[in-house]
Design a protein around this ligand. Structure first.
Ligand SMILES: Nc1ncnc2c1ncn2[C@@H]1O[C@H](COP(=O)(O)OP(=O)(O)OP(=O)(O)O)[C@@H](O)[C@H]1O
Length: 337
C-alpha cells in the first residue's frame, strides 16, 4: 500500500491565492520522500493538506489508506507531524514535553515511561531530560519536536522544513535522527529548501514551484540534469558588455564542451562536468582577453541550478523571468514571500 496517495490536489486560500495547483503523489511505505522548493512554492500548504489541517479545494488524498476528508481522525492518529514552528512548551522540561505529547496522542499510561526514555534517547536528549526547554539551543528544540511527533509510533511522519534556521552541525545531527527513524521502518515525508538536504536523505523527491510539481525523481537523477558542477566567476566590471565578452571567451575556449554558460549579476556561471578541472584554464583565458576576475568559486549544484535545468527559470529570480518574458508580456511575480 502507498503511505500517501494524492490525486489532482488543489488548495486555494480564501483570498484567492492558488497555493497548490493540481498535485499528484504516490509515496510507498518505507520511502524517504522529499518535497523540494523555494520559499512560497506551496510546500507547507501541501503538507497541511496531507495532514488534514487544510481541506483540499479539489482532488483526493489518502494517507495510510484513510481519506483526509472522510476520515480525518484516523489520518491524524496514524501520522506524526513536525510543523515549521516549534510545538514544545519552553516552561516544561524535555521529559514533560514528551509526556504531554503522550497524553495528547492517548499513549496508554503503562507504556509512557519506557516510550519517553526511548525517544529522548533516540534524539540524544536523555542527559538533559529533566532540564527546562527554555535553555535549549535551536537544534535541541527541533530534536525535542521530533521526539514529540513520534510518541504514538506513527508509521508515517511529516517534517516541514525541520532544519531551516539551524547551523550546519545541528542540521547534520538532525539528519542522523531522521535516517534512524526511516531505518526503523517509518515512512518520512520531508519538505526542504535545501537541495543538499534532499540529496542526503531522500530516496525520491518532487520539485515544487508555484504550487506545481515540476519534476519527481531520485536526487542523483535530478542533479544529473544540471550536468555537472557550477563555476561562478565574478568580474571586476560586470557591465553587460564585459559579461557578454566573458561568456564568449568561455564558450569559445573549448574547455566546457559539455556545459552551459549563463550570465549572472556579477559575471558568468559555467555548468559543466569539467568545472573543477578546467576552472583555472578559464581564468587564464579571461585574463588574456583583458577581463579582470575578482572572484572564482566552484560548487556543487544548488536548488536554483536544478530549477534552471528543469524549468529554464531561476527559482527566486524575477530578473530572469522578466528577461524571458520579453517586453510588454505579463511577468509572473513573487515566488518568495
Ligand atoms: N493563510 C494563507 N492565506 C493566503 N495565502 C497564503 C496563506 N498561507 C500561505 N499563503 C501563500 O501561499 C503560497 C504558498 O505558501 P506556502 O507557505 O505553502 O509555501 P512554502 O513552500 O511552504 O514556503 P516557505 O518555505 O516560506 O514555508 C505563498 O504564495 C503564500 O504567500
Amino acid at each position: 500500500m502507498n503511505a500517501i496517495e494524492a490525486t489532482s490536489v488543489e488548495l486555494t486560500y480564501s483570498d484567492g491565492t492558488e497555493a497548490v495547483r493540481g498535485i499528484n503523489l504516490a509515496v510507498p511505505e518505507g520511502e524517504f520522500f522529499g518535497f523540494l522548493g523555494p520559499n512560497g512554492a506551496g510546500k507547507t500548504t501541501a503538507i497541511k493538506t496531507l495532514t488534514t489541517l487544510l481541506r483540499p479545494t479539489a482532488g483526493t488524498v489518502a494517507v495510510n489508506g484513510f481519506d483526509v476528508i472522510e476520515e480525518p481522525r484516523a489520518v491524524r492518529a496514524s501520522i506524526g507531524y513536525m510543523a515549521q514552528e516549534t510545538s514544545i512548551d519552553k516552561e516544561l522540561t524535555a521529559r514533560e514535553n514528551v509526556s504531554f505529547a503522550c497524553e495528547a496522542y492517548g499513549v496508554p499510561r503503562g507504556e509512557r515511561a519506557d516510550r519517553i526514555d526511548e525517544l529522548l534517547d533516540l534524539v540524544d536528549l536523555a542527559d538533559v531530560a529533566e532540564k527546562r526547554a527554555d535553555g535549549f539551543s535551536g537544534g535541541m528544540r527541533k530534536r525535542l519536536d521530533v521526539a514529540t511527533a513520534l510518541v504514538h509510533r506513527p508509521p508515517l511522519v511529516f517534517l516541514d522544513e525541520p532544519t531551516t534556521g539551524l547551523d550546519p552541525k545541528a542540521r547534520i545531527d538532525l539528519w542522523e535522527y531522521f535516517r534512524e527513524i526511516n531505518r526503523q521502518g517509518t515512512t518520512v515525508f520531508l519538505t526542504t529548501q535545501y537541495l543538499e538536504e534532499a540529496d542526503q536523505l531522500c530516496d525520491r523527491l518532487s520539485v515544487i514551484q508555484d504550487g506545481r510539481i515540476v519534476a519527481t525523481d531520485s536526487p542523483e537523477a535530478l542533479k544529473s540534469q544540471v550536468g555537472g558542477d557550477v563555476l561562478d566567476i565574478t568580474l571586476a566590471d560586470a557591465s553587460e558588455d564585459d559579461r557578454t565578452r566573458a561568456r564568449r571567451v568561455a564558450e569559445r575556449s573549448g574547455l566546457f564542451e559539455d556545459g552551459t554558460v549563463e550570465p549572472t549579476d556579477e559575471g558568468i556561471s559555467v555548468t559543466s562536468k569539467r568545472a573543477r578541472r578546467s576552472g583555472t584554464d578559464l581564468l587564464v583565458a579571461l585574463r588574456d582577453a583583458g577581463l579582470t576576475v575578482t572572484g572564482f568559486d566552484v560548487r556543487s549544484p544548488t536548488l536554483d541550478d536544478v530549477f534552471l535545468a528543469i524549468t529554464g527559470e531561476r527559482a527566486n529570480d524575477e530578473r530572469d523571468r522578466t528577461e524571458s518574458g520579453g517586453p510588454g508580456e505579463p511577468v509572473e511575480t513573487e515566488v518568495g514571500r
